[in-house]
Design a protein around this ligand. Structure first.
Ligand code: ATP
Length: 251
């Protein structure tokens, strides 16, 4: 596959879709240490966009900067056509971006239901309630474990809870940081099905950081590969050269 020609073709396909999030020339630092060096990417409405790359290339930093957990040093982040790069994190959540962090960040002493309540903070309607029917249809185990402490759930169940908590904020976009990390294969499969369903049936745009190529190939529409703080390659899923991606993932 000839890369330049492929990229041109893909870009024209991807460009035709409605842009939901656009990250341009993004630079982010931890103190003196610059990590992002001009990251560029677009997430399209109702599509699954996946960011891959070796450990430490800046994938988590990209998601955290989009979410407002790290300051933008330079560059722009446009969400639904508006620059959100100066907004505090909670306003980005209210604008419709749901975040499922690496490691899940479930509050162990709170029950499943109480953890879900936290997700309501992102709702603009202060009287909003947990959409329990919708959540329990997607994640039946959370109904059974509604009154259990979050800390008693398995890693996979906690991951489902973290996604459910983000959905309680009624996001139009979900950012997920390695949702399959340390999770058994059957739940990984379920999570993949649910993310695809959210995109296809509810039009929720998904931005996924992922290390597991098989999982990513099953659900993604478009791939960005990062190295040393910037995107070095991008491709549409249907024309993907999996070996080429593997080369970028192996150390
Ligand atoms: N809080 C921090 N302070 C200083 N440096 C950090 C901090 N967090 C991350 N880094 C550094 O920033 C770089 C990018 O980290 P980041 O977590 O974004 O990478 P990643 O691609 O998500 O990797 P991984 O797959 O391991 O999560 C790494 O060199 C990391 O050591």
């Amino acid at each position: 596959m000839e890369l330049v020609a492929t990229e041109n073709k893909i870009t024209s396909y991807w460009n035709k879709l409605e842009t939901h999030l656009k990250v341009s020339a993004l630079e982010t630092s931890y103190g003196e240490s610059q990590v992002l060096w001009g990251t560029e990417l677009e997430a399209k409405k109702g599509k699954v966009t996946t960011i891959m790359g070796r450990n430490g290339v800046g994938k988590t930093t990209t998601l955290k900067t989009i979410m407002g957990l790290l300051n933008v040093q330079s560059g722009a982040i446009e969400f639904e056509g508006k620059d959100i790069s100066k907004l505090p994190s909670h306003k980005r959540a209210k604008a419709g971006i749901g975040y499922v962090p690496q490691g899940r960040e479930i509050i162990p002493k709170l029950t499943v239901y109480e953890n879900l309540l936290i997700g309501l903070d992102a709702c603009t309607d202060r009287k909003a309630k947990i959409p329990e029917d919708e959540i329990y249809e997607l994640f039946p185990i959370l109904k059974d474990f509604r009154n259990r402490p979050g800390g008693n759930l398995s890693g996979g169940q906690q991951q489902q809870l973290a996604i459910a908590r983000a959905l309680c904020g009624r996001p139009s976009m979900l950012l997920l940081d390695e949702p399959t990390e340390g999770i058994q294969p059957s739940i990984t499969q379920d999570i993949g099905d649910i993310l695809k369903k959210l995109a296809l049936e509810k039009g929720i745009s998904v931005v996924l950081v992922e290390q597991k190529l098989d999982f990513a190939l099953r659900i993604s529409d478009y791939f960005y590969i990062m190295d040393r703080g910037k995107v070095i390659e991008q491709m549409e899923a249907s024309t993907i050269d999996a070996d080429r991606i593997r080369q970028h993932l192996s150390v």
